[in-house]
Structure formats: C-alpha cells, structure tokens
Ligand binder design. Structure first.
Ligand SMILES: Cc1cc2nc3c(=O)[nH]c(=O)nc-3n(C[C@H](O)[C@H](O)[C@H](O)COP(=O)(O)OP(=O)(O)OC[C@H]3O[C@@H](n4cnc5c(N)ncnc54)[C@H](O)[C@@H]3O)c2cc1C
Length: 483
C-alpha cells in the first residue's frame, strides 16, 4: 500500500512538473504551433524551398552545409554582405583547426563546402516575411514570393552608427564609414580617426595602417576592451595614437568630404582636422524584418529555446549573432547554425516530409535565374581605354568604381551583369578598380566603394554612392536609358 501511495504521489508530481514546464515554456516563448501541414496546399504553390536560410555568415553557411548534406534542398539568401562579418576582417586566428587565415578565405571555404553538397547560394536579400500561415512566405528584394517549409534566420548583426552627433548621417560614405577593409584604400596618406575600444576598433586601425598617414583611436572609457593580443599589435605602429575618455561631438565636412571632428576630452573641447571617421562602436542584431512575426528578447535579439535553436514559431529557427548577445564569435555562430540545421531536419521529419514528398514537389521548387553565365562587365584599366570606351561611347555609360576587398562590390556584380544584359545597346556598363586607375578616382571625387557614376558625352549625369539591391540598381540605371 505504502509503495502504491509513493508511486501515485511520484506520478502526480512528475505530471505536474512536466505540465508546468510545458506551460512555462509555451508561455515564455508564446510558441505558435498547430499549423495545418497540408501537403495538398503545398502542391498548389510554386517557388517552394524546403529549407530557406536567410543570411550567409558562419551561422547560415554552416546550417546550409548540414541541411544540404542531409539531402534537403537548401537555398541561402546571402543578403547585403555575402559571407557575413568575417568578410570585413583580415586575420582570423580562432577558427578551429585552420591556424591563421584571412576572414574572406575562411568564408569562401565554407561556401564551397556548402555548395559541394548542393546548397544554392543566391545574391538576394529578404525584405519581408510572413510566418502567420504555413508554408512560410519570404519576399525577396526582387519582389519574388517564395514558400519555405522551414526557415533558418541567420541575419547576424550590423555596425552601430553614432547617435546625436551632428554631421554623422550626411557624410556616411563620404568619409564616415563602418568598414576599413572596404574603404581604407580611399585614405592613402590621410589622417583618420577610429571610434571604439574593442577588437573591431583595433582591427579597423590595423587595416588602415597600410594606407593612412596617421590613425587616432578614440576610446570613450579609460581603457581599451580589445584583447591583449590586439593591443600588442597596435603598439607596433608609431603612427597610431590612442585617446582615452574621448568622444566625438561633431563631424564637419565640405559637402563631399569629411574635414574634421570636434572632440570632448578630459581637458575640454578639441578640434582635429581629419579626412575620415571609421566607426567600430558595436553591433545591432538584424531583426527589423521579423518584428511582429516572432518573439524577441528584451534587448531586441531573436529569442530561442534554451537548448535548441527553435524560435517562438514552429519551423522557424534562429542561429548566430542575431540571437546571441553574449558570445558573438564565428565558431559559436557556426555551432548554432549546425544546431538549427539539425532542428530543421527533425521538424521536416515531424511534419511528414520524406523522399516521396520531396520528389512530388521537385518541379515546384524555387529556381533562381542563372546569372553566372552572363558576359562579364568590361574592366577599364588605363586612361586611354577610358577615353576610347567611355568618353567616345554614343550611349550613356554607367561606371562601377570598386575595390578588390569590398564584399558589397562583389555582391552587386551579378545585379550589374543582369541589368547590363537587359539594357544592352541602350546603356553601357564598365567597371574601374580604383587602385588600378587612381586618376579616375580623383577626377570624379570617388570616396567609397561601390560608387556609380553615369557619364554621357564626357559629363557626369548621375551618381550613387552606396550598394544597391537588384531592383534599386535597375531603377537607377533606367533613368538614363536612351530610347
Ligand atoms: C571586424 C570583425 C572582426 C571579427 N573577428 C573575429 C574573429 O577573429 N573570430 C571570431 O570568432 N569572430 C570574429 N568576429 C565576429 C564574427 O564575425 C561574428 O560573430 C560572426 O560573423 C557572426 O556570424 P553570423 O552568421 O551570425 O552573422 P554575420 O556574419 O553577421 O552574417 C549575417 C548574414 O546575414 C545576411 N543578412 C542580413 N540581413 C539579411 C536579409 N534581410 N536578407 C538576407 N540576408 C541578410 C548578411 O548579408 C550576412 O550574410 C569579428 C567581427 C568583426 C566585425
């Protein structure tokens, strides 16, 4: 009898705790499940993606490697920075097993590995999502609607900008930037400041050492937060100065370039004549497009369950910096991506997605247009060639100024190729590596990359100094088409 009573009490406690935990979990995450996974509905849709991954940093690409290796058709929307944040760093020494390697090299290896197993990487961003009903809708920057059976969000984080500092917004891209690896070449023999005290600030300063005349690091507090190894590397350069307890209060410019900054120092206000401001003051998670669709943490990161990458929406997973305010390291993001991929695989099995269904929907799969085969854009490598091709052209010429290290320049190339093919004979597209023909950079006051100018009969008739989506580039170029 006593044993029986103990059993009943034990069972009651167990059920009570389990239910409580379940309710607590559901309450905390407000988990929305219970979708009607109706395969008949799926067979009436088009543009289907079994596993859609938003983001191509370490998290997104590691997830893609796993899902595609498990024979799940996977499409990665690479977004504005193909390869993610590691594309803007030089040496990486803590990616397990590779020793010391360049960030872009590591990301290329990861892309190759994911593609080897069949992952499809496309140069599009997702501008809107709808998780209200299944299959989930993703709207691309090209306005296509795709239907995802499950989604892995790996949109990472982007650099913060200064707040309440007069003059910061206007010269963005004209001397104020967040990416040394993209823009350092524009500051040859110039004086620049780097704002921030962490590893990113140290990294940006080190990247600038190959170009700048003098680099001043402005640290808001009394010491740098960068690792000891990074600080040691900074000490090797006598043209790097560090100012502590210092903040920028104003950025001054002449309309096209930055000319100086006003600083608040422990000794009062100080003016510095400089040519460039590199911001390294932290990152903000890329969550805007998911607002109202899934639960966030109080600090704005995507909330996920404790031991898995599940979000508040069944079949939607989050990995990497977008859901990690604590670690923010490439290897951690990659591990998150692997977990999200395994969670996605379990989810697809759970809703009955098997080889037979995969075969049935094969003809309905999203098939982005193959742009890799389009002809290349003519590179301009000398002033003579510029005169012949650009100045003597009888149609307007769009010139794409780029640098080899600028990832958004590489990212835009497929858009440029497809726009050029579309506007053939009406508009000519050429590209100029600013380091190969610096005279053109100076002649046209090019201050960042990518930078587009449109030239007709030797006159500049259009300018755009930022990366564009495929649609934005198309709209920009259409303005100059001659019918
Ligand atoms: C300068 C610098 C140096 C660093 N050095 C190191 C280091 O040495 N070691 C280390 O471990 N970590 C380092 N880190 C941190 C590391 O880079 C990040 O932790 C890691 O990249 C996070 O990976 P992620 O995949 O979560 O996101 P990210 O790398 O931020 O990638 C996010 C991806 O999402 C895409 N995206 C964003 N919005 C959209 C959208 N709407 N649609 C489609 N795609 C979208 C972007 O294009 C990008 O591909 C460094 C970071 C910086 C900035």
């Amino acid at each position: 009898m006593k044993v029986f009573l103990q059993f009943v009490v034990g069972l009651t406690v167990f059920l009570g705790v389990s239910f409580g935990l379940y309710r607590g979990y559901s309450f905390f995450y407000g988990k929305k499940g219970g979708n009607n996974y109706d395969w008949k509905v799926i067979q009436q849709k088009k543009n289907i993606i079994p596993v859609a991954i938003i983001g191509s940093g370490p998290a997104g690409l590691s997830a893609a490697l796993y899902t595609s290796r498990a024979h799940m058709h996977t499409v990665v929307f690479q977004g504005p920075q193909s390869g993610g944040q590691l594309m803007s760093t030089s040496e990486v020494e803590n990616w397990p097993s590779v020793g010391k390697k360049q960030g872009p090299e590591i990301m290329q290896l990861l892309k190759d590995q994911a593609q080897h197993f069949g992952a499809v990487l496309i140069n599009e961003s997702i501008k809107r999502v709808n998780f209200a009903s299944w299959p989930y809708e993703l709207i691309t920057s090209d306005d296509q609607v795709v239907h995802a059976l499950c989604v892995i969000i790996a949109t990472g984080a982007f650099p913060e900008r200064l707040k309440n500092v007069p003059g910061e917004a206007e010269p963005w891209g004209k001397g104020v930037t967040g990416c040394a690896i993209c823009d350092a070449a524009f500051f040859k023999d110039k004086d620049v400041v780097v704002v921030g005290g962490g590893d990113s600030a140290a990294e940006q300063a080190l990247q600038l050492t190959a170009y700048a005349h003098h680099i001043t690091i402005l640290v808001r507090g009394p010491k740098m937060r960068a690792s000891a190894a990074m600080q040691d590397r900074l000490k090797k350069f006598d043209y790097i100065t560090i100012k502590y307890d210092t903040m920028i209060t104003q950025i001054e410019g002449d309309g096209s370039h930055v000319t100086g900054v006003t600083l608040q120092t422990p000794h009062g206000s100080e003016h510095m004549a400089i040519d460039g401001v590199f911001l390294a003051i932290g990152h903000k998670p890329n969550t805007d497009i998911f607002k109202g669709q899934i639960a966030f943490s109080p600090t704005g990161y995507i909330a996920h369950a404790c031991r898995t990458q599940e979000t508040s929406q069944e079949g939607v997973f989050a990995a990497g910096d977008v859901s990690d305010e604590r670690y923010r390291q490439a290897a951690v993001a990659s591990g998150d991506g692997v977990k999200a991929a395994l969670d996605a695989e379990r989810f697809l099995q759970h809703i009955g997605f098997d080889e037979i269904l995969a075969k049935k929907i094969e003809r309905l799969l999203y098939d982005p247009i193959a742009i890799a085969d389009l002809p290349d854009i003519e590179p301009i490598e000398s002033l003579d060639q510029f005169k012949q091709v650009v100045l003597e052209s009888n149609v307007p010429v769009v010139i794409d100024f780029y640098t080899k290290t600028c990832s958004s320049c590489a990212q835009m190339m497929p858009y440029i190729k497809s726009t050029a093919a579309h506007m053939k004979n009406k508009l000519l597209f050429v590209k100029v590596d600013i380091e190969k023909v610096p005279e053109l950079k100076n002649r046209y006051a090019i201050t960042t990359a990518p930078y587009f100018i449109v030239v007709k009969d030797g006159l500049v008739i259009g300018r755009h100094n930022e990366a564009m989506t495929k649609r934005e580039l198309f709209d920009f170029a259409s303005r100059f088409v001659q019918e």
